[in-house]
Design a protein around this ligand. Structure first.
Ligand code: IPD
Ligand code: CA
Ligand code: CA
Length: 255
């Protein structure tokens, strides 16, 4: 199966899961940790997506946020069945389904679907990035004063929260404005689509940004570590930017 066909498969799986999520009944919510929730919908979405992907590609391996899997495999699907569970639980419309395919260590396909806005972001390595079938591109804004920065607070980890808190107001003073969407995958796609210049958050899981990474890079953007020299994929502490402003934003968040 080509990467393009894998991307089409992932889009079908995401739409099917979205159909189920958008028509769910009463939610049973379980607390995983403080400020970390899972609903039966997260599990049902993951099961649906896994069955669709592995049904069509039995040679691949699956890695999902809720059920785990083998991340070291040659061809592995990396899935967040609901990114933005708090938004989903509370009826806020920005939650996404994030599906990535990693081939021999390289993120090769990324699909992020937002049912609330009916936006399908797709990236295929070497073939570009699209939103609902139309090519997308990062912005060329190079002046921090004009920048919109999306942020996640890393509030489940005391060190991440403290570091984020320390740079928050200096950052706000240096840029145009700040946004908090509640879905890291949506944040990365917002940068890819040129709606914002950067997204920063510490301590994410690979399923939060794997799909977004392909979409961002194929749209001309770049993912760096929050801290200079840090590998974002290794730490999950990242700065996803339009490329031209990455350096400036990195300096602002590392005073
Ligand atoms: C969360 C969202 C949120 C981010 C959290 C993530 P979840 O994912 O992406 O925006 O700030 O760090 O854990 O738990 O809803 O899949
Ligand atoms: Ca997530
Ligand atoms: Ca999730």
């Amino acid at each position: 199966m080509t990467l393009r066909e894998k991307a089409e498969l992932a889009q079908r799986a995401a739409r099917e899961a979205a159909q189920m999520l958008e028509h769910h009944g009463t939610l049973h919510i379980r607390t995983k940790a403080e400020n970390d929730f899972v609903t039966e919908c997260d599990l049902a979405s993951e099961t649906m997506i896994r069955d669709a992907l592995l049904g069509a590609c039995p040679e691949d391996v699956f890695y999902g946020e809720e059920t785990g899997g083998d991340l070291k495999a040659q061809g592995v699907w990396i899935v967040d069945p609901i990114d933005g569970t708090v938004n989903f639980m509370r009826g806020q419309r920005l939650y996404t389904i994030s599906i990535a395919y990693r081939l021999k260590g390289e993120m090769a396909v990324g699909v992020v679907y937002c049912p609330g806005t009916d936006e399908m972001f797709v990236g295929v390595r070497g073939e570009g990035a699209t939103l609902n079938g139309r090519p997308i591109r990062v912005s060329d804004i190079a002046d921090a004063k004009r920048a919109i920065v999306h942020i996640g607070f890393g509030h489940r980890n005391a060190r991440h929260l403290a570091e984020t808190e320390a740079v928050l107001f200096p950052l706000i003073r240096a840029i145009s404005d700040l946004r908090r969407s509640g879905s890291a995958a949506y944040d990365v796609c917002s940068v890819a689509a040129g709606r914002a210049e950067a997204f920063i958050e510490q301590g994410l899981g690979i399923y939060d940004y794997a799909a977004g990474l392909v979409i961002l890079e194929e749209a001309g953007g770049r993912m760096d570590g929050w801290h200079p020299g840090e590998d974002p994929v290794a730490t999950g502490s990242l700065l996803a930017g339009n490329g031209v402003l990455n350096g400036t934003i990195q300096t602002l968040i590392n005073p």
